[in-house]
Write a protein that binds this ligand. Structure first.
Ligand SMILES: [Zn+2]
Ligand SMILES: [Zn+2]
Length: 340
């Protein structure tokens, strides 16, 4: 489908302060997964999973990448029985390469070369240069530094630990031959588990002492780009990627675990890209961004979770992108401020 410029804003939209804060907004209200809506809407659930998994999405790409990693880029498990520099360095170099390819590639395409201008870009502002709030006074250099120095290191650290666990039989191993149905279902379950884990970890990170110590670094970015997704304090990297520790108790194949870690590390990059989708020759080539989380960076006290589970709707912090929700969230902020 060819993409045209957004239609002219309606009079109601033009008068809304909230609307003026955005260059482009997706269809509203932003939809949460129908999996947890009662009564169950089977067709809605099927459509949701089809849109996340069977269209050309970053998730499908990462699924293929996880298999390619396992077959071609993962040191054999027999080598991982003891910690040795060779196989660990190989995994570190691989993850460094993947991050440079995905975050660097998206940044070059969308920002350096501006291949699609501001079309489908949520926030009309440019990334910040020459500001002392950022390491090296540059948002991009700051984000690259924390992503590459801390993010890739912690990501690789979790993978090294688990591969050592699989190799030694400490981590329960699931095979396709013995449990083919569970083998497939686990891929669908991982993002749901990840959403549950992320919501609670993220709420914890907004606890003022931990926010000041760690999470404020990620929130330097009120406007975000691909390098912002994994730009976190090392404490946040450890908490964020601790979602993978579930594999110590739930049986899985290493390819599930690689997928889990790559979803966390690389989907964060695309979801922070600042663009709804990648346009190639005016065509929608792939969905990228996440307006739901983009609003968290702009307004803080909303959308702590992800679209996969409705924690924010259950706890009153859901901003669905409408003017009415914006008023509600502003009121919530006023109340939280008054309490503190
Ligand atoms: Zn936050
Ligand atoms: Zn973020």
């Amino acid at each position: 489908m060819s993409v045209t410029e957004p239609a002219e804003r309606s009079a109601e939209e033009a008068s809304s302060r909230f609307a003026r804060e955005w260059n482009w907004r997706p269809r509203r209200p932003v939809e949460l997964s129908p999996l947890f809506v009662w009564p169950v809407r089977p067709l809605g659930v099927v459509k949701w999973f089809a849109a996340s998994w069977f269209a050309l999405t970053e998730r499908l790409v990462i699924l293929l990448l996880a298999f390619a990693t396992w077959f071609y880029l993962q040191p054999a498990l027999v080598r991982c029985v003891s910690f040795e520099i060779g196989w660990i360095a190989q995994m570190y170099a691989r993850n460094l390469g993947l991050m440079l390819l995905v975050a660097g590639g998206l940044h070059l395409y969308l920002y350096t070369f501006g291949k699609q201008g501001r079309r489908r870009k949520y926030d009309g502002r440019d990334l910040v240069e020459n500001h002392r709030g950022f390491t090296f006074r540059s948002q991009v250099l700051d984000n690259m530094f924390w992503t590459l120095a801390s993010g890739v290191t912690v990501w690789t650290g979790f993978e090294v630990l688990l591969m050592w666990g699989y190799a030694n039989g400490y981590v329960p191993y699931l095979t396709w031959q013995e449990h083919p149905v569970w083998f497939v279902l686990l891929f669908f379950a991982i993002p749901i588990w990840g959403s549950f884990h992320f919501y609670w970890i993220h709420r914890l990170l907004h606890w003022p002492p931990l926010y000041r110590l760690a999470h404020a670094l990620h929130h330097r970015n009120t406007n975000i780009g691909p390098w912002s997704g994994m730009s976190m304090h090392p404490i946040e990297h450890v908490l964020y990627l601790s979602t993978g520790l579930v594999h110590w108790v739930v049986a899985s194949h290493p390819v599930h675990f690689l997928f889990h870690m790559q979803v966390k590390a690389l989907e964060a990059v695309s979801s922070h890209s600042g663009y709804e989708c990648l346009l190639v020759k005016d065509r929608n080539a792939m969905r990228l961004g996440d307006f739901f989380h983009q609003m968290h960076h702009r307004y803080f006290e909303c959308n702590y979770g992800t679209l996969e589970m409705p924690w924010d709707a259950w706890f009153g912090s859901f901003h669905d992108g409408t003017d009415a929700a914006n008023e509600r969230i502003r009121e919530r902020r006023r109340q939280l401020k008054a309490q503190s």
